[in-house]
Design a protein around this ligand. Structure first.
Ligand code: PMP
Ligand code: GLU
Length: 379
């Protein structure tokens, strides 16, 4: 008897989570590892958000909730997208999910049929392809220009009769690129011309340095074919809360709700009250964290060239994506075992020869990491 599902057996483990697990093991062994690997804000969740969650617990918000999320949250999300992102949105177009990750999973399950193709723009985050595979689809990869990291006409070459969707992530994990209006226009035109769906992952929209975030759904005729994914993990330092959301045409949302009902029912009820406080409360906390990330970013912009490392445009998110001489997997291993600096090899993001450094760590630790890498280069 074959015990395992072939579909799941064919899926790679998450490289980002894997490295984080390995580095936690070294820490447990007493090693002073500096983590530049996982994309997780090092800040505590702002107090007013935690208070709102505790208050919800205190008043007994401990029962099942509507499967697309509490109305207070789906309304707050719809309002945010209308006012901030200029995307027409009603609560019927919103589903609150257990992290943005589960929104992506549900979105793929909701629209992908076996043998459908999904175009992913590389370098790309690790979980899109497994979500497509779990839904039975196939991925076609399209690389961005190696210098600008923007989308160009090569994207059109990846469209076939089987293409169903294009995935866009701006600001981009791992490259830190913010897609220009022109890049997004190329994606939008292809979606409209070939009747495709777009999945627009905007989870890093608040972490942007001197550039403008543009929501793909604002392009002409895109609203009815875009699944926008966003969440609370990055902007509000809420990774462990597991709260995210998607905005999509009601027909797609209704399918995602079914998957959610049968899988997890809905995000944790009192957690969703934290999400309401995050969206409706004072946004200064987001700006304070963004400024702190920006200081670290500026430090890396100055120090990476001294290490002989050339970085992709660092306009968004909290990642420096650097070109390394030689094999990226070997180099990441060597930095971890010799310098106790954990980073993620670009191979995990379909970009061999590159390494991702997360600067979601304090400036003193970042300085120490750069010193250690320098010493390991000369030693
Ligand atoms: N999209 C991107 C690009 C990410 O980097 C992450 C990181 N976790 C996610 C989605 C998922 O975020 P979460 O599930 O924590 O909301
Ligand atoms: N998205 C973050 C990263 O890329 C967190 C880990 C994950 O969810 O993959 O490191």
């Amino acid at each position: 008897m074959k015990i395992l599902s072939e579909k799941v057996a064919a899926i790679a483990p998450s490289a980002t989570m894997d490295i984080a697990d390995r580095e936690k093991k070294l820490v447990r062994e007493g090693k002073d590892v500096i983590s530049l690997s996982i994309g997780e804000p090092d800040f505590d969740t702002p107090a007013h958000i935690k208070d709102a969650c505790c208050a919800a617990l205190g008043r007994g918000e401990t029962h099942y909730a509507p499967s697309s999320g509490i109305p207070e949250l789906t309304r707050a999300i719809a309002d945010k997208y209308r006012f901030e992102n200029h995307v027409e949105c009603t609560p019927e177009q919103v589903i609150a999910t257990c992290g943005a990750k589960h929104a992506i999973y549900e979105a793929m399950e909701a629209v992908i049929n076996p043998a459908d193709e999904v175009v992913i723009i590389d370098p790309a985050w690790v979980s899109y392809e497994p979500c497509v595979q779990m839904a039975g689809g196939r991925v076609r990869h399209c690389h961005v220009d190696e210098h600008t990291f923007q989308v160009d006409d090569r994207l059109a070459e990846k469209i076939t009769q089987k293409t169903k969707m294009i995935v866009v992530n701006t600001p981009c994990n791992p490259s830190g690129t913010v897609f220009s209006r022109q890049s997004l226009g190329i994606v939008a035109d292809l979606c409209v011309d070939y009747d495709l769906i777009a999945l627009s992952d905007e989870i890093y929209e608040k972490l942007i340095y001197g550039k403008e975030h543009i929501s793909l759904a604002t392009f002409a005729n895109m609203q009815e074919r875009t699944i926008t994914v966003n969440g609370f993990s990055k902007a509000y330092a809420m990774t462990g809360w597991r709260l995210g959301y998607a905005i999509a045409p009601p027909a797609i949302i209704r399918q995602m709700v079914k998957i959610q009902q049968h899988g997890v029912s809905h995000p944790t009820t009192f957690v969703m009250w934290g999400g309401v406080a995050a969206l409706k409360g004072d946004q200064r906390c987001v700006e304070d964290m963004r400024r702190e990330f920006d200081l670290r970013r500026q430090y890396l912009l100055e120090s990476l060239p001294d290490l002989g490392l050339e970085a992709a445009p660092m306009d968004g998110a909290f990642y420096a994506f650097v070109r390394v001489p030689g094999d990226d997997v070997e180099m990441a291993r060597s930095w971890l075992s010799h310098a106790y600096v954990a980073v993620t090899p670009g191979t995990a993001f379909y970009a061999p020869g590159w390494i991702r450094l997360s600067y979601a760590t304090s400036l003193p630790r970042l300085r120490e990491a750069v010193d250690r890498i320098r010493r390991s280069q000369t030693g």
